[in-house]
Design a protein around this ligand. Structure first.
Ligand code: CP
Ligand code: NVA
Length: 306
């Protein structure tokens, strides 16, 4: 099985992964981190963009599950450039037992997965970041001990991280109010997919996308992400103009009722978030980063147990 977006795994199984991640986190604090889940398995990491958290959390998770990983970084594989995506996927499937891929267009990841004969996990595309969102859901659950009563506000860019949070909100039922500039709203297809999931799992649409701050209320959580994502450096000047007024600073935090602060990291301090807020008492950004590892361990176990 593949994990390309959150909806590749049904809600009950996602909950099973979250509960297992909780146990794995507890076991690790008791010094039990080695588990015989991936013995004899080799997982390749093919990353076409830089990474700190995703690479390290996956490599640590794989090692602690007694598997081995092989990392191939930006400039090495050249998906669709050095070689056709289908040829890479078929070749890699002859060597390893699974592949974790970080790339640009999500359709390239889908093409890779369609041609691979081993499980493929999305480690971030331009459109989705499901491992991040699943760890974020875990962090919210850990903090509030429930999900369906939690109110989350996302202020920022309508791409990969927000798209996956929209699917997470729709599956798990937490309220998500989103404010983006009109030019940076999530794509129609993503909103349609999230609406379908939300109706299926909650009987109503639990998220709302706004283009101004007027209708915002108070929240349990506020989440933001960079304004210029990896690969968008050429658009930086234009995007920075669009995001004027969207900074998560102390006065914005107060206006939102002093919620818990989340950020997937890396952060561009002084742009989308101030030092005061990211380093402040409401910030859980390093819990989020840590939880990537626990949740991915549970995800790897779920995939390879089947
Ligand atoms: N949050 C996240 O995916 O971080 P990296 O880009 O460092 O992997
Ligand atoms: N939106 C960011 C997320 C990084 C984890 C990016 O794509 O660069």
């Amino acid at each position: 099985m593949n994990f390309l977006t959150l909806s590749d795994i049904d809600k009950d199984s996602l909950w099973e992964i979250l509960r297992r991640a909780k146990s794995l986190k507890e076991l690790r604090t008791q010094g039990i981190s080695r588990l015989d889940v991936l013995s004899g398995k080799i997982i390749a990491l093919i990353f076409e963009k830089p990474s700190t958290r995703t690479r390290l959390s996956f490599e640590t998770a794989i090692l602690e599950l007694n598997g081995n990983s092989i990392f191939m970084g930006p400039g090495e594989v050249g998906l669709g450039k050095r070689e056709a995506i289908c040829d890479v996927a078929r070749t890699v499937s002859r060597y390893v037992h699974g592949v974790v891929v970080r790339t640009f267009a999500h359709k390239n990841l889908v093409e890779f997965a369609d041609n691979a004969t081993v499980p493929v996990i999305n480690a971030l595309t331009d459109e989705f970041h499901p491992c991040q969102a699943l760890a974020d859901v875990f962090t919210i659950w850990e903090r509030f001990e429930s999900l369906d009563r939690v109110r989350v506000c996302f202020i920022g860019d309508g791409n990969n991280v927000l798209n996956s949070l929209l699917l997470a909100s729709s599956i798990f039922g937490f309220k998500l109010d989103v404010v983006t500039p009109k030019t940076q709203r999530p794509a129609r297809e993503v909103l349609d997919k999230a609406s379908d999931l939300s109706l299926r799992y909650n009987g109503r649409v639990v998220f709302e996308v706004l283009d101004n701050f007027d209708s915002l209320g108070t929240y349990d959580v506020v989440y933001t992400d960079v304004w210029v994502s990896m690969g968008q450096e050429a658009q930086a000047e234009l995007k920075l103009k669009d995001f004027k007024g969207y900074q998560l600073n102390s006065s914005m935090l107060e206006r939102l009722g002093n919620p818990v602060v989340m950020h997937c990291l890396p952060a561009h301090r002084g742009q989308e978030i101030t030092d005061e807020v990211i380093d402040g008492p409401r910030s859980v950004v390093f819990d989020q980063a840590e939880n990537r590892m626990h949740v991915q361990k549970a995800l790897l176990e779920y995939i390879w147990r089947r």
